[in-house]
Design a protein around this ligand. Structure first.
Ligand SMILES: Nc1ncnc2c1ncn2[C@@H]1O[C@H](COP(=O)(O)OP(=O)(O)OP(=O)(O)O)[C@@H](O)[C@H]1O
Length: 236
């Protein structure tokens, strides 16, 4: 039996602007995200990937349609409830790491654990991304890949159900990007965190449970790779 969906999106539409300037970013998107799965979201630039991820993560609302997280309709939620949803249940990782330069690695992660309901200890989160020895360093003393691993530690330290990653390897070289993907795959496998990862790199799709392709704001296809590869087995 398939696991229950942790997120259900139905008939999602998102239009930016109005009148002649209106841009339809999403049109009639239906998607179930199942507990514990690893989804890769592919599609050309402008196909609606970030718009969909932002709506799933409660950073944005659809123009019409609905999103349900477990039993909660996010589309009806107040701003306070959406903020609580993001704070308690969603970890975000973006292309640029958004670390606070004046805080150490451990302090950057503690920013999140200080306000979370049931966080893991900061040092446990740093161990999961293999950065324990760098806990007292500042972001400027780290490589891009290391900074991204701090961002991942910060995202997972609150034990979110969902880890939403928008081009997490977009600013990284090949080898470093692979290391970062390995960390995300390990977290998905070992902690059971449901992961949705946007990428431009189709080779990454072989590490997914399902690959969702967007084109012009619609789901063009959903594929299940024959065998889920580890990032170490991927090449591009
Ligand atoms: N704030 C906005 N105002 C107006 N149009 C927007 C806005 N955000 C996105 N769009 C438009 O919506 C469409 C979908 O954008 P989106 O960022 O979701 O695509 P994407 O697939 O993530 O692209 P990329 O791979 O380039 O990041 C694009 O045509 C984009 O120009």
């Amino acid at each position: 039996m398939e696991p229950d969906p942790v997120l259900r999106a139905r008939s999602l539409c998102r239009t930016y602007g109005t009148g002649d300037a209106a841009v339809r970013a999403l049109a009639d998107v239906d998607l179930d995200v199942r507990a514990g799965e690893f989804i890769v979201l592919l599609g050309a630039s402008g196909s609606g990937k970030s718009t969909l991820l932002n709506i799933l993560g409660g950073l944005d609302r659809p123009t019409s349609g609905e999103v349900v997280f477990q039993d909660h309709r996010l589309t009806d939620a107040t701003e306070e409830a959406l903020t609580r949803y993001r704070r308690e249940h969603v970890g975000f990782v973006f292309q640029f790491y958004n670390l606070i330069p004046s805080l150490t690695v451990a302090e950057n992660v503690a920013l999140v654990t200080d306000i979370a309901a049931d966080p893991m200890p900061v040092d446990e989160a740093l161990a999961l991304v293999a950065l324990s020895p760098r806990r007292d360093h500042f972001p400027s003393q780290l490589s891009g890949g290391e900074q991204q691993r701090v961002a991942i530690a910060r995202a997972i330290a609150k034990r979110p159900q969902l880890l939403l990653c928008d081009e997490p390897t977009g600013a990284l070289d090949y080898a470093t990007g692979k290391l970062v993907l390995e960390v995300i795959a390990d977290i998905n496998r070992n902690l059971g965190t449901t992961a949705v990862v946007i990428t431009h790199n189709a080779a990454i799709s072989a590490m997914a449970d399902r690959v969702v392709k967007l084109a012009d704001g619609r789901i063009a296809s959903i594929e299940v790779p024959a065998r889920r590869l580890t990032p170490a087995e991927l090449s591009w």
